[in-house]
Write a protein that binds this ligand. Structure first.
Ligand code: MRU
Length: 364
């Protein structure tokens, strides 16, 4: 399906991703590499197609990657429904290992896969493989449904942090496209806007893949929010001019002490925020916390292809043979983060203790 994304009303837009049909169904997702010029949906019917969609950022953003991977497991076991239990579980584990290798930084990916593996293991020996396949699909749908609820809750909690007339800066895309719906950092802006808080949102274009320019600017504009696009390198000047009263981003993985990995450039913004005495907020659901690691030093940082920098969007912009370093994420130390907004509320100050207290009521 291809529709013009600029002129369609919000209600006419398809979801970021959805499962079509029953256990024999498939995963349909918006190909985010084509936005904002074209809105194209693609169908994934094989594990490798989901792997490729995640790797190539057709589906991206920590929560959306986790949901896609969960559905990827359902695709993986489809051909095993008539087989014996061992064959079914071997295939399940192969699919999960493959999907986990697509991208390393966002913990939502391994979190969702572990959750899928747990529900299947719990039924091993006591249910037919067809029932286990059913249960896996129900779990993937549940992961998606919970994400929708968590995004709305983050919006509710976070909106109270913003004041009428305030300028807000965001980076990368933590919107509806990065989640099942509504977003994390953008959920806060959407909810404030829906409550009548007037915002002026500055969007970093987010080099090298321009998630800010292509996706966030598009999402905000469609919702009628006053949006201004800037190059990443303009953020310091925008802050110095007093245009920004708060910065809010999403997260790909948050360590037990609050150190937060997010799109490359986020750490720099947090340093700038401290220098200008501007509060720096992170919005992330509990599925983005990795309490198994103590600090951000242990977060694996994805390094991507140098061609994203030398040949971005089809044109060579650097000399042949140049050395390139292209880390896709950075880690912002907890001390630079004023508060983390999660579905349970506001974590402030950002310390090991406050994080563990807030997440103690997390269900899984
Ligand atoms: O490389 P991407 O586009 O997947 O990076 C996404 C981000 O850094 C987002 O800010 C993060 O995943 C949070 S999405 C709600």
């Amino acid at each position: 399906v291809s529709i013009n994304p600029i002129h369609e009303p919000q209600s006419a837009l398809p979801p970021t991703l959805r499962w079509v049909g029953g256990v024999e169904g498939y995963l349909e997702l918006i190909d985010q590499t084509r936005l904002p010029v074209e809105l194209v949906q693609i169908a994934c019917r094989e594990v490798d197609e989901v792997w490729e969609a995640i790797r190539a950022l057709r589906v991206r953003g920590a929560p959306a990657i986790g949901i896609a991977a969960a559905y990827g497991v359902c695709l993986g076991v489809q051909s095993m429904i008539g087989e014996n239990e061992n064959a079914f579980f071997n295939r399940l584990s192969e699919a999960a290992t493959r999907l986990a290798s697509a991208r390393p930084t966002a913990v939502n990916l391994s979190w969702a896969l572990a959750r899928m593996a747990r529900v299947a293991s719990a039924l091993r020996g006591s249910a037919a493989v067809v029932q286990i396949a059913d249960r896996l699909l129900a779990e993937a749908r549940q992961i998606e449904a919970e994400d929708r609820q968590m995004c709305r809750a983050m919006g509710r909690h976070g909106a109270a942090l913003l004041r009428d007339g305030q300028g807000v800066l965001t980076h990368c895309n933590a919107g509806g496209l990065a989640t099942a719906d509504y977003g994390t950092a953008l959920a806060v802006l959407f909810a404030a806007h829906e409550q009548g808080t007037r915002l002026r949102v500055y969007v970093d274009e987010t080099r090298p893949l321009l998630q800010g320019a292509r996706l966030t600017a598009w999402e905000l504009q469609r919702r009628g929010i006053d949006t201004t696009l800037i190059c990443d390198s303009m953020a310091a000047q925008v802050m110095r001019e007093g245009r920004v009263g708060a910065i809010i981003t999403g997260a790909d993985r948050i360590a037990a002490n609050g150190d937060t990995a997010n799109k490359i450039g986020t750490y720099g913004l947090a340093v700038l925020a401290a220098a200008h005495d501007i509060p720096f907020y992170v919005a992330a659901p509990s599925s983005t916390f990795d309490l198994a690691i103590e600090t951000g030093d242990q977060i694996p940082i994805e390094v991507r292809d140098s061609r994203e920098i030398t040949h971005g969007f089809g044109r060579q912009v650097a000399p042949d043979g140049i050395h390139v370093y292209n880390p896709a994420f950075d880690v912002t130390p907890a001390r630079l983060i004023k508060a983390i907004i999660c579905e349970h509320g506001i974590i402030e100050p950002v310390t090991y203790q406050h994080i563990s207290q807030m997440l103690a009521n997390r269900r899984r």
